[in-house]
Design a protein around this ligand. Structure first.
Ligand SMILES: [Zn+2]
Length: 416
């Protein structure tokens, strides 16, 4: 335990120090670590050896970041199809590892393995984001998730203590806990925070210093509702369960900073344009993730952040490519399209767009109060803006239930 705490503390200190280093420092660090990681993966992880052999790539072909695109990317289907033992470094003592699983929002959950070092690295990477926002070791956190996470021995001793709650508990129970614990930090998915905000009413909630919103899309209207109810503007944080969180808003809310000391993030489009997001986790050696295609869409920012941190910025995240409606000619309807039309409409509490067939779209709205006139107005506005080939139906519903994994999807495409 003491060894783990020391490693985590060291990693966290290094991460925090890196936030304002010159950009050359990140480049040299990423190149140095990636050279070693590529060699390690090729020599010891059968999945990567096979993948790279197929396209004739050898680790020594990577010298600088200019060579990054020569490293074959790893797709999620390829990783899921692989024999699990082929994804893990040969010689790993699996008894010392922890198995974790993704929540499987668009398919079967995927298991991944964290060795003793990765567990420390994971914690440091996640804590770093909190510390960038003034977190202190004595601060208490309330975290609401589908699956409650571990409580580390060090937390039981009062270091960064955490209260776990389940998203299956009623929102009123979360509010009670929020009032009784007065946590300095609250962490949950955007949809969960939205439900929490709606349940607060006039409960005497002390505004937390930090509210972390992750896992789901934080739309501007959800952000406003959370801010109004909790008294704290939420921080949008992005990551994947398998490689931890690696992009986060700073106090300027000018985009999402990338933790470039721990992750290499690529956007497959020029700065300012939307493209697929690929990530490499520099601290994962037991089960490496190298040029892992996340399936999410983002835009890199061409600007530096006014906060003075030198970490690169994503100007926007557009959620998952699979959470968009594809029309003919490769056009896509992403959540901001619907948000722009529905986010500001009076009475719209929640919405969800579902593609029923190629061109038939159903938009479900939760209205407060329910109103046929308002439903008809929403339908008229949407019909006006949707491409001509689409047919649209707007349904006023009492609620929009979450998926089995507890997450809410804003846009659901037709199943292939
Ligand atoms: Zn910043």
């Amino acid at each position: 335990m003491i060894r783990d705490a020391a490693i985590t503390w060291h990693l966290l200190r290094e991460a925090r120090r890196s936030s304002r280093r010159p950009s050359d420092w990140f480049r040299l660090r990423q190149e140095g670590v990636l050279r070693r990681l590529l060699r390690h993966a090729y020599d010891r992880v059968p999945l990567y050896r096979r993948l790279w052999d197929e396209s004739g790539f050898r680790p020594e072909a990577f010298r600088t970041l200019a060579d990054l695109e020569r490293v074959p990317p790893l797709s999620k289907p390829r990783l899921k199809e692989a024999d699990p033992t082929d994804t893990i470094a040969a010689g790993t003592n699996t008894a010392s590892c922890m198995t974790a699983a993704t929540s499987g929002s668009t398919g079967a959950p995927m298991q991944f393995l964290l060795g003793p070092f990765e567990r420390c690295w994971n914690r440091a990477v996640a804590w770093r984001i909190l510390f960038e926002h003034g977190f202190r070791w004595t601060d208490r956190t309330l975290e609401i998730r589908m699956t409650k996470g571990p409580t580390y021995a060090i937390q039981r001793l009062g270091v960064a203590p955490k209260v776990w709650m389940s998203i299956l508990e009623p929102p009123s129970a979360w509010v009670d806990r929020l009032v009784s614990e007065q946590p300095q930090c609250v962490m949950a998915g955007a949809g969960t925070l939205d439900l929490l905000a709606a349940a607060i009413g006039d409960a005497p909630v002390r505004p937390p210093q930090i509210v972390i919103s992750d896992s789901e899309t934080l739309t501007p209207s959800i952000r406003m509702r959370i801010h109004a109810a909790l008294g704290t503007d939420p921080i949008d944080v992005y990551g994947l369960e398998e490689v931890s969180n690696f992009a986060w808003e700073c106090e300027r809310r000018a985009g999402l900073h990338i933790s470039a000391d721990s992750h290499i993030v690529e956007v497959g489009a020029p700065p300012g344009e939307i493209g697929p997001l690929t990530v490499t986790a520099l601290g994962m050696w037991t089960m490496p993730f190298i040029r892992y295609q996340t399936g999410d869409l983002a835009a890199a920012s061409p600007h530096a952040c006014p906060c003075g941190r030198t970490l690169p910025l994503l100007s926007s995240l557009h959620g998952r490519a699979v959470d968009s409606i594809e029309l003919s000619g490769g056009r896509r309807l992403l959540w901001p399209f619907f948000h722009e039309l529905l986010g500001g409409v009076r009475g719209v509490i929640h919405w969800q767009a579902v593609q029923e067939t190629g061109t038939d779209i159903v938009v479900r709205v939760v209205l407060s109060p329910p109103s046929d006139d308002q439903t008809a107005r929403i339908a008229a506005t949407l019909r006006d803006r949707l491409p001509g080939e689409c047919t649209l139906r707007v349904e006023s519903v009492k609620s929009i239930p979450p998926e089995a994994n507890g997450k809410r999807r804003l846009v659901i495409p037709r199943r292939p």
